[in-house]
Each structure stands twice: as C-alpha cells, then as structure tokens.
Design a protein around this ligand. Structure first.
Ligand code: F6R
Length: 243
C-alpha cells in the first residue's frame, strides 16, 4: 500500500489524477475505470477531465463502472448515482454513455441486477483503475461494517452513520434511502489498481484504520491492505492520525 500525503485537497486531486492517468496510459484507450460518487473524488475527476480535454489522456474508448447506487431512487433523480456519475464522470471526461454503467437500484429484480452487474464487469475485462472514497465508518463502496471481505455486488442496508453523513445531499435525513446496491469488497479487490482519496479531519480516523488498523470486516476499507496495487492519497488533515 502506497500512502501519499499532500498539503491540501486541491493537490490530492491533482496527484490522484496524475497517478490514474499514468496507469490509464499504460492500459491504453480501452481502460476500464471504477468510479465513486460523493465529495472525495470530485477534484480528481475534474483533473482527469481536464487532461482528457487537453489531449493528454485518451479516454475515447474508456468504460466506467460505478461502485454503487441507492435503491428506489429513479435514475433521473438529482441524487441518484446515475445522475451524479453522468455529471462528474461521463460528460466532463467525454465518455460514451453506452460504456458507463451504474447498478440498477430501480430494477424490479434487484438480485438479478446485481448478478448482471458482476457479469458486465467481467465482460468488460475487469476494472483497471478503481477510484474510492472512504466513509467515516470505514465503508468503501457501500460495504458497511460487518461486510464480508469476499462479498460481491449485492443489496445492502445503509448504516445509520452513512445516512447521517449523506443527509447533506438531501433536504432531510428522511429522504436518504435505507438500501443500496454496492459492488462487494471482493469485487473491489479484483480491480487491478485502486486509488483511494480522502481529505479533511473527519476522515482522519478512517484513514488511520484503513492504513494501519487490523484487517477486519468491522472496518471494511482495511481490506485494501491486502491489495497488491493500492494507493491512498490524502491531505494533511486526513493523515493526522497516522503513526
Ligand atoms: C460513493 C461511495 C462511498 C463514498 C464514501 C465517502 O460511491 O461508494 O464509499 O466514497 O461514503 O463519501 P464522501 O466522499 O462524500 O465523503
């Protein structure tokens, strides 16, 4: 596990994007990206979009797979991850929408949607570069504490802590969904490279556990210690509790 500590959040985005661009260039234009929502990767994605626009990175044939989606929120809802990925990844990076995938949390048969999602990742050849944030409770994707370290894409109940953390995106906590579809920890671990970004003091405990804590389902991000190519890019505030 490589840990890169940057002076501020803006630098975190640039460093994470530079690392991803190097990996993507080595894979070629058909690179498969794994993409997260939330605040953490916003600057990284903006920088990747800039590199793509400036012709420094060829994403013309790239595919993307989102980590997760709320259950029961229609794809056009402003807080649906379909919509957020469209705004933060697909459009700014100029990806072909047909190659951008988000789990279908509005499907009649959610279990089948999860199986189909796993199959689509395999059919695309697997994820080359997986971007991650980390929840204050240690989740990656929406693999909440107690998630099996070998789990695959499935339905999960959101932890109360996660609903509280994400209430800022909704008018009230009552509107935050209770369930989601998420790639499993096993699915995430299959990615060839992983880049986790975190900024701010609220992530300091989570980063210390992910990087230096015991590997445990009680802190799901800690499984990344077993990944062969995991990079953690943080600002000084998020690094504050590292030994
Ligand atoms: C988002 C996701 C989550 C977030 C995490 C951190 O698709 O899978 O694991 O990365 O909740 O969220 P932010 O970045 O908003 O603090």
């Amino acid at each position: 596990m490589e840990v890169i500590i940057c002076p501020d959040a803006e630098r975190v985005g640039r460093v994470a994007a530079a690392k991803a661009a190097k990996l993507a260039a080595a894979v070629g234009p058909k690179v498969v990206l794994g993409v997260a929502t939330g605040s953490s990767p916003v600057q990284t994605f903006a920088e990747l979009a800039r590199l793509s626009r400036d012709g420094e990175l060829d994403l013309s044939q790239a595919s993307a797979f989102a980590l997760d989606e709320y259950v029961g929120i229609a794809p056009g809802h402003p807080e649906s991850y379909h919509e957020i990925i469209r705004k933060t990844v697909t459009e700014p990076m100029g990806l072909d929408p047909a190659r951008v995938h988000v789990p279908d949390g509005f499907a009649d048969d959610l279990a089948a949607a999860c199986r189909d999602y796993e199959a689509a990742i395999v059919a695309a050849g697997g994820v080359d570069i997986q971007f991650l944030g980390v929840g204050t409770n240690g989740h990656i994707g929406f693999n909440e504490p107690t998630s099996s370290l070998t789990s695959r894409t499935r339905i999960k109940t959101l932890a109360e802590r996660t609903r509280q953390d994400n209430a800022r995106f909704f008018d009230s906590i009552d509107q935050v969904p209770r369930h989601c579809l998420t790639q499993g920890l096993g699915t995430i671990m299959d990615a060839r490279s992983v880049i986790l970004v975190a900024t701010g003091a609220t992530k300091a405990h989570a980063i210390a556990q992910v990087v230096e804590g015991p590997i445990t389902a009680m802190f799901p991000g800690s499984v990344l210690q077993l990944h062969q190519h995991a990079t953690i890019v943080v600002d000084e505030a998020a690094a504050a509790e590292l030994q």
